[in-house]
Design a protein around this ligand. Structure first.
Ligand SMILES: [Fe+2]
Ligand SMILES: [Fe+2]
Length: 158
């Protein structure tokens, strides 16, 4: 099992998500609407949010980080809806011109969000989670699958 800090593991995921979205936008620019690439970005991002809401946020909330976790979950809700909008626009094929702008919006929302998680939330997770909580995160990153149909806590509260 990877024994890196949660901060390092989760920051790596942020970079993978950003790269997958950027690859998709690059494909659009080259005139190649690659649904498979958007699918990769979508599953990486949704799975990342699942890891946080299922494994990292509950123990932090139990340690008293109520307001910061609520802010993170609200931002997940906005990110989730923007990602849904990109998928809808690509799937319908009727609003293709708006897709790159929508992807830029998504990347911006992620940057604002990650700029709080990386210096604040993840170091707190490394400091406060038990070893077994951390092992659960690492195990899931290695081999876990997000439950079918799972949506983030604030997905519908826009
Ligand atoms: Fe997050
Ligand atoms: Fe994150």
């Amino acid at each position: 099992m990877d024994d890196s800090t949660l901060t390092a593991l989760m920051e790596r995921e942020h970079h993978e998500v950003d790269e997958a979205i950027a690859d998709f936008v690059q494909g659009l620019r080259e005139g190649d609407v690659r649904h498979a690439d958007l699918g990769r970005a979508t599953s990486l991002l949704q799975r990342h949010i699942y890891i946080e809401e299922a494994f990292i946020f509950p123990p932090l909330r139990a340690k008293g980080m109520l307001a910061p976790i609520l802010v993170m979950e609200r931002e997940h809700g906005q990110i989730w809806r923007t990602l849904d909008a990109v998928n809808l626009e690509v799937g319908s094929g009727t609003a293709a011109d708006s897709v790159p702008d929508r992807c830029q919006q998504l990347l911006h929302e992620l940057q604002v969000h990650n700029d709080k998680e990386e210096p604040i939330i993840y170091p707190q997770a490394d400091a406060l989670l038990t070893d077994s909580d951390k092992d659960a995160v690492r195990d899931f990153i290695d081999s876990g699958t997000m439950p079918d149909g799972w949506v983030c806590a604030q997905a519908a509260n826009g």
